[in-house]
Design a protein around this ligand. Structure first.
Ligand code: CS2
Length: 498
């Protein structure tokens, strides 16, 4: 007999959820949208949307989320039939907790319904526009943070705006600047732009690309933007691996209802927000967020400790044949490598406010990486390295160079990225390298061949990653070349042993 599939999770079936699953403690159907979130992926749904859900439950109505996908329709197509509801499965060695979140009230797909997206962005009820569009969504040069005026989407948006039949923008800067301009013309106060991406000074970065784009359109608009639009910075943190088919099946079985796209998360969650919201905000501090005057030290701490060791373990771990981060740090010598990277090479570059104990933070990170229930794949973290390396590894390298201090583990991590982007693993197998620069990186690697003394200097020429300083710094070149030689001679597993 064919298995009967369970009914779909939706407002109509909410009351069928088992007792063990938490659910929205407010009237979801009547919740109004006040936040537009651009880039509605798993991370947003497991992080900011949960805080919003808490505030909606506390009675702060009017802050529901309209989630927009800038590219793929997958999330909207999965969640719209279930009234925006989805499950957050919090997993650790101690078991699993399930919670259905109701904060996402509407879903849109920018390429499919650009006018609805612009209408939502220009609605006076929209007071906050938050973003998780990943590093490459900013259309900026990762090494300098400046808008890439030659980016194909930027060129297309500028041309599209000026043509006789204006085309709706498709880049993040194009879309936001168009919406801000329309609001200005309509006499509607601007929204606050809240970047929740893993970039240093993410508020400053987004305001920089918006200002640069606006200048290309109209100097008055650029001046308005500089004076009126707040872009506070944030540090966001929660490990949220991509949902697998097995996760979908397990969560749906536990619910007794089919959830087409639940999200998996670790128990830990942190959100540090610069408190600068002229258009108002939910009381995020009552949902666990830390509202501070200066986010910069927290951002650096998280990028340079968590994300840097994540990337180092991802490249080295992948090359050594490990599938997940938990598998890597289950090896004592790999865990020791990460601990030493953090303590000896990164920690001396950080200056934290009183009350933050970095040794405690680093120990907690190792415990989080070891979470046996998450299955966070090294391949997933290895994606988009050209966009991630600058803020995760290379800022620290610059500080170490300035201090005349050594950085062998950071150099090894950079070398592992170099070996990874050749597209060939240690056994000669193909690596599926996902990166906006993958074709170029591969061509450079093919031309240089598997010869560290040629490969390292050739890849260091990629200015978007290494800037003009590092690619010509003899100490850096020597450190990375030596590390790459070790990697080719001994293999990643041995290199991790130190
Ligand atoms: C990871 C991050 O995929 C990656 O590059 O390093 O997504 C990481 O899990 C989050 O930043 C944790 O907050």
């Amino acid at each position: 007999m064919a298995a009967v599939s369970p009914p779909r999770l939706s407002l109509a079936t909410l009351d069928r959820l088992p007792d063990r699953c938490a659910r929205p403690a407010y009237d979801v159907a009547s919740t109004q949208v006040g936040i537009i979130h651009l880039g509605i992926g798993a991370f947003h749904r497991a992080h900011q949307a949960v805080a919003v859900d808490d505030r909606l439950a506390a009675g702060e109505a009017g802050w529901g989320i309209c989630g927009v996908s800038l590219r793929s329709p997958d999330t909207a197509d999965a969640l719209t039939p279930q009234d925006g509801l989805y499950t957050v499965a919090t997993r650790s060695g101690e078991g699993e907790r399930l919670r259905v979140v109701g904060a996402v009230r509407r879903l849109l797909v920018a390429p499919r319904e650009p006018d609805s997206v612009l209408a939502a962005l220009t609605d006076p009820a929209t007071r906050l526009v938050s973003l998780t569009v990943t590093e490459k969504g900013y259309c900026h040069d990762p090494a300098t943070g400046a808008l890439r005026e030659d980016h194909p989407d930027i060129l297309a948006d500028l041309a599209g705006g000026q043509s006789a039949n204006p085309r709706p923008p498709r880049s993040l800067p194009g879309l936001l600047v168009e919406a801000i301009d329309r609001r200005r013309r309509a006499g509607t106060a601007p929204f606050t732009v809240l970047s929740c991406d893993n970039l240093p000074a993410n508020g400053h970065t987004v305001s920089g690309v918006l200002a640069a784009y606006a200048r290309l359109r109209d100097p008055n608009l650029a001046a308005y933007l500089a004076g009126e639009v707040a872009c506070p910075s944030t540090m966001v943190d929660r490990i949220v691996p991509a949902t697998t088919e097995a996760d979908r099946a397990e969560v749906s079985a536990a619910l007794g209802l089919h959830d087409a796209w639940p999200v998996m998360a670790e128990p830990f969650s942190q959100w540090v927000i610069e408190d600068r919201f002229p258009a108002g905000r939910p009381r995020f501090e009552e949902a666990g967020a830390e509202l501070v005057a200066d986010v910069a030290p927290y951002e650096l701490m998280k990028l340079r400790l968590l994300n840097a060791s994540h990337s180092a373990l991802a490249y080295l771990g992948y090359l050594a044949g490990f599938e997940t981060i938990a598998d890597v740090v289950a090896e004592p010598d790999c865990a020791r490598f990460a601990a030493a990277l953090m303590r000896e090479e990164v920690q001396p570059t950080l200056r934290m406010p009183a009350g933050v104990d970095l040794a405690v933070y680093e120990r907690a990170l190792l415990a989080r990486f070891a979470n046996p229930a998450l299955r966070h794949r090294t391949w997933q973290i290895a994606m988009d390295g050209s966009q991630k390396l600058p803020q995760r590894l290379l800022g620290t390298v610059r500080d170490r160079l300035a201090a005349g201090a050594p950085f062998p583990r950071l150099a090894l991590a950079v070398a592992a990225w170099m070996r990874y982007v050749t597209g060939r693993d240690e056994r000669g197998g193909a690596i599926d390298v996902r990166d906006p620069l993958s074709a170029r990186l591969r061509a450079i690697a093919d031309e240089a061949g598997p010869v560290p003394g040629r490969l390292a200097p050739a890849l260091l020429e990629v200015r978007e990653v290494f800037g003009d300083d590092l690619r010509t710094n003899p100490i850096f070149i020597a450190a990375v070349t030596t590390a790459l030689e070790h990697l080719f001679r001994r293999g990643a597993r041995q290199a991790l042993r130190g």
